[in-house]
Design a protein around this ligand. Structure first.
Ligand code: DUC
Ligand code: ZN
Ligand code: ZN
Length: 466
């Protein structure tokens, strides 16, 4: 029987190997890998290109309510379309429950928003907003049993942060259920002290955002989060790590045997705090937490990528429109950094930036690129080996990658709902040209050919960590 699709003539890369072979696909799965595989209803010529597992971006924010009249720039249609054009076949957004709302009801809201809208597969992490007996004793175990196996806690943001006792209780509940906990590590009291002082001094510009969220606040919280995780004996992901000192905390914890996964993001590899300095308030375009740091920290993060301190490079796509009353330049945001919404777009540019700065410039090899962007993402979040690799029986989620393509990143060419890219004008070598989602050709030679709603919700297994 003919196959549904053959991808022919490409160089395949997994986290372990790079070799020339064709891939045959039937019913959405990879069924053969080899040469001379025979006939198919459709053939994609990948000669001169790499064929990679579709990118999995485990850290994105889509349609998340922000309060204060602020609106996130992406819904599930635009967010996943942007992800798809960036070479991704799956994203994991966060579900943020409203105050007092049950986790289950919040998840239902996100399912309703995502249903029929997505261009990539999706699955959700759940943010823990409170530690009621209901959440810890009933909801967390029940949700893990239903395939929601990762929870995020915040150590910063008034109204969202949990104190140490609450974090420990959450970790304990997650541990009991076999789930993992993602932690946003910044010391809220340090930040509030510095932000209050900056405000008293009239230092209200976007650059003050970076000055009031120093490395020491991130380093201390990273250490504390991992100490709490040791007590609870739960695996943790330290998300969006920005600097050497926090990275060294992770290295030390791992050397002691703690089950810690480190994640960094492109903004910490190619942006610095200087990007927030523009005098015309456009520094707001780079306001995210933790903030981008120094060129020395960029080098440290590359070192962490090479040496394995970081297992994940995710985008932390958290898009707001810049020039809009509901975005970065909201009425209060025009007057103080404290009201500029935190987050930057990047789901479409994550893979090109990491490939270009990493693989094309010789900092990492192609297998490491695949591991950081797909395989480790799948293993960490309970998706492997269904996703994150090229293997017989895996979902046919594949990206055909042109390693020679030279592009200048322009927001006008991207597909997210924001009105700018923090990487505007950045030159990259390497770009995804064709993207296949469970055997469906979604993008071919840079043109959309798949349909909205082709992306589906994916229930997950338990994490596989250390
Ligand atoms: N944390 C995130 O993970 N993303 C955006 C903002 C934030 O604080
Ligand atoms: Zn965060
Ligand atoms: Zn985030």
């Amino acid at each position: 029987m003919a196959f549904d699709l053959i991808i022919r003539g490409g160089t395949l890369a997994t986290a372990a190997d790079v070799y020339k072979a064709d891939i045959a696909i039937r019913n959405g799965q990879i069924v053969q890998i080899g040469m001379d595989l025979g006939e198919a209803k459709r053939v994609i010529d990948a000669s001169g290109k790499y064929v990679l597992p579709g990118g999995i971006d485990s850290h994105v924010h889509i349609a998340q309510p922000s309060g204060d009249g602020i609106q996130m720039a992406d819904d599930f249609a635009s967010g996943t379309l942007s992800a798809l054009f960036g070479g991704n076949t799956m994203v994991l957004p966060f579900c943020l429950p409203a105050k007092g709302q049950s986790l289950r009801a919040a998840l239902q809201d996100y399912h309703n928003l995502a249903e029929g809208a997505c261009y990539t597969d999706v699955s959700f992490h759940v943010i823990i907003p409170d530690t009621t007996d209901q959440i810890l004793g009933q909801e967390i175990p029940a949700l893990v049993a239903d395939g929601y196996t990762s929870f995020k806690v915040f150590m910063t943001y008034e109204g969202l942060r949990l104190n140490d006792a609450q974090i420990l209780a959450t970790m304990d509940a997650a541990q009991g259920a076999g789930a993992l906990v993602m932690v946003h590590c910044e010391n809220e009291d340090v930040i509030r002290f510095l932000a209050d002082r900056a405000e008293r001094n009239g230092d209200l510009v976007p650059a003050a955002h970076a000055r009031t969220r120093p490395v020491s606040a991130e380093r201390e919280a990273t250490h504390r989060a991992m100490a709490l995780a040791d007590v609870a004996d739960v695996p943790v992901v330290i998300v969006h790590v920005s600097n050497r000192e926090a990275m060294e905390e992770i290295s030390r914890a791992r050397a002691r045997g703690s089950r810690v996964v480190g994640e960094t993001c492109p903004q910490y590899l190619v942006l610095t705090a200087d990007d927030l300095e523009a005098m015309d308030w456009s520094g707001a375009k780079f306001v995210c937490s933790p903030p981008p740091r120094t060129t020395a920290d960029q080098e440290a993060c590359w070192e962490g990528i090479r040496t394995g301190v970081f297992d994940l490079v995710s985008s932390d796509h958290c898009p707001f429109v810049y020039d809009d009353p509901k975005g970065k330049l909201n009425p209060k945001g025009r007057t103080s950094f404290r009201h500029v919404p935190n987050g930057i777009p990047g789901v479409e540019t994550r893979l090109p930036i990491l490939f270009s700065e990493g693989v094309s410039k010789g900092r990492i090899d192609l297998c490491r690129f695949v591991a950081l962007t797909a395989t480790n993402q799948a293993k960490t979040y309970g998706l492997y080996p269904r996703k994150g690799t090229i293997a017989i029986g895996s979902d046919a989620d594949l990206t055909v990658w042109d390693p020679e393509a030279e592009r200048i990143i322009r927001h006008a060419d991207l597909h997210d709902g924001s009105d700018y890219s923090p990487y505007e004008g950045f030159a990259v070598t390497g770009w995804p040209v064709t993207v296949v989602l469970r055997g469906k050709v979604m993008v071919e030679d840079g043109q959309l050919c798949g349909t909205q709603g082709a992306g589906a919700y994916v229930s997950r297994g338990l994490p596989k960590i250390g």
